[in-house]
Ligand binder design. Structure first.
Ligand code: CDM
Ligand code: ATP
Length: 302
């Protein structure tokens, strides 16, 4: 193959139980990820040297994305090339559409897509286990971006087990203009909750709601231990959640480390109506997306 494009989804955390800081600087998690229909595409083309380009929509802003040399895609390529002892060559392009530094794992999606695209371009046939291990070295959320669907995440989030989810869940996604740093939100969590238990809160109620396909039960069970820290850093997020729930969302919650907020809706029409209401209320970017969707997957090749 001379050129191929791999698409990777954004994620939200339906449940994010966070335990006390570990000695390695990470927090133990029990999380339920869901991949939702907002995507970045990574295209890899055969070339003699290495180059990385990107297309970034105005609402994200080109300056927000780390340039070639500092991008997580450079690191993903280095890691895969080193694992197989091959040269890092190719012309890679990222088409971004996932909100940045928003708690939706856009960088992780790009890293996962790059691993899959370069594995094919270079004809490496890396095993799934090796790809997952490389992904975990790039970031805690990256293995999930490979797997997609709905999945339980444990460890620091990198150990991913698929969850049987026959539902189609509808979300309205409201990014903020300014991102939040994930390490900063975790540090703030440590300050606010110095007595956090070492074992994170389990996800039983949420997994039951998914098994039952019950949107109201899911709304009740949504849980994010980082939400209080994100709202303390950005009080306007609390107001946004009230506004979305006041406008009819079954429930609103901060996505991961924020500041993106997501609102559960009962149907596609409900999501479109809520998105229009929030957009008319002055939020510059409001997106509707359904989940679960596939993890990183090939969409075109030549
Ligand atoms: C907030 C979440 O998106 C929820 O899924 C993730 O936990 C963040 O995952 P990520 O962005 O892939 O994070 P990583 O790149 O692995 O780690 C970035 C930083 O976040 C903090 N971090 C991350 C994951 C974790 N379980 N505990 C942490 O404390 C650490 O300070 C770490 O240095
Ligand atoms: N291709 C990339 N796209 C987005 N961010 C990138 C990329 N490469 C490196 N980064 C860095 O990663 C940081 C986190 O970006 P990302 O959009 O993944 O955040 P996030 O949505 O909060 O992720 P998470 O939910 O995994 O914490 C950015 O602030 C940026 O510096």
């Amino acid at each position: 193959m001379d050129e191929l494009t791999v698409r990777a989804p954004a994620k939200i955390n339906l449940h994010l139980g966070v335990g006390a800081l570990r000695e390695d600087g990470y927090h133990p998690l029990v999380t339920v990820y869901q991949a939702v229909g907002l995507y970045d595409d990574v295209t890899a083309r055969a070339a003699d040297g290495w180059s990385l380009g990107m297309t970034v929509p105005d609402w994200i802003g080109a300056d927000a994305v780390p340039p070639a040399g500092e991008n997580i895609v450079d690191r993903a390529a280095d890691l895969l090339a080193a694992h197989h002892g091959v040269a890092r060559i190719g012309a890679v392009h990222i088409a971004k559409d996932i909100p940045m530094a928003g708690g939706m794992a856009g960088g992780s999606a790009d890293a996962a897509a790059a691993l899959v695209a370069l594995d094919r371009l270079w004809g490496l046939d890396t095993t799934d286990d090796d790809l997952l291990a490389l992904a975990a070295q790039l970031g805690s959320d990256v293995p999930f971006a490979l797997v997609g669907g709905t999945a339980l995440g444990t460890g620091r989030g990198e150990l991913v087990t698929p969850v049987d989810d026959r539902g189609t869940w509808w979300w309205v996604v409201v990014p903020s203009e300014v991102g939040l740093s994930t390490p900063e939100v975790y540090r703030h969590f440590d300050k606010m909750f110095p007595d956090a238990p070492s074992e994170p809160v389990p996800a039983d109620a949420l997994l039951q709601a998914i098994a039952d396909g019950d949107a109201w039960a899911l709304a009740d069970a949504l849980h994010n231990d980082l939400e209080a820290a994100a709202i303390d850093l950005r009080p306007e997020l609390g107001k946004l959640i009230e506004q979305g729930e006041g406008a009819g969302a079954l429930r609103g919650i901060v996505s991961g480390s924020g500041p993106t907020c997501v609102f559960l809706c009962g149907s596609a029409d409900h999501a479109r109506d809520l998105a229009a209401t929030l957009s008319n209320a002055g939020h510059p970017v409001v997106l509707a997306a359904n989940g679960p969707v596939a993890g990183s997957h090939l969409v075109s090749y030549a």
